[in-house]
Unconditional design. Structure first.
Ligand SMILES: Nc1nc2c([nH]c(=O)n2[C@H]2C[C@H](O)[C@@H](COP(=O)(O)OP(=O)(O)OP(=O)(O)O)O2)c(=O)[nH]1
Length: 136
């Protein structure tokens, strides 16, 4: 068993969040996820996430607070997923290293086949939306 540390961005633009589809030939090919990737050895997580968003989507984001930490095993591979909320700075994303991307509301996320590690994150986003709607 070995652990990889992965950072992922919850990029919020009004009521929508940016999700990305993994390339067909990649591990977990065609699954949907929150954009990001593996942290390099010794790298600061927020800096690593900014680097990954630039590589994957050719855009800058302002990385803000930790939103959720997920520990998930895919067979003998342990993924520690650090999800940060990020502020959208208005640049149009470009699908550089992902197959596709979409802006979706949390209540629309059930229509996308997310990686297993992301399911608790999707649930948390949906719960927050439910609470917000209950207050309105
Ligand atoms: N980026 C990202 N990866 C996720 C999420 N959920 C999840 O299980 N993963 C897993 C899939 C992969 O096993 C791993 C991320 O690896 P990756 O291949 O996307 O990372 P990378 O861009 O740094 O890849 P590489 O080409 O440099 O090897 O984490 C998620 O929401 N976002």
């Amino acid at each position: 068993m070995h652990t990889i540390i992965v950072t992922a961005a919850i990029i919020v633009n009004q009521d929508k969040i940016l999700i990305a589809q993994r390339p067909a030939q990649a591990e977990h090919g065609l699954k949907w996820e929150f954009p990001g990737g593996k942290l390099h050895v010794g790298e600061d997580p927020k800096a690593g996430l900014q680097r990954e968003i630039q590589e994957e989507l050719a855009m800058e984001v302002a990385v803000e607070d930790i939103f959720e930490v997920v520990s998930h095993c895919y067979g003998d591979r342990h993924v520690l997923l650090l999800c940060y909320t990020c502020r959208y700075l208005g640049q149009q994303p470009v699908a550089r290293e992902c197959r596709d991307f979409r802006w979706v509301r949390p209540d629309e996320m059930d229509g996308y086949d997310f990686t297993a590690a992301d399911l608790p994150v999707v649930k948390k986003l949906q719960k927050l939306l439910d609470k917000k709607e209950a207050c309105q």
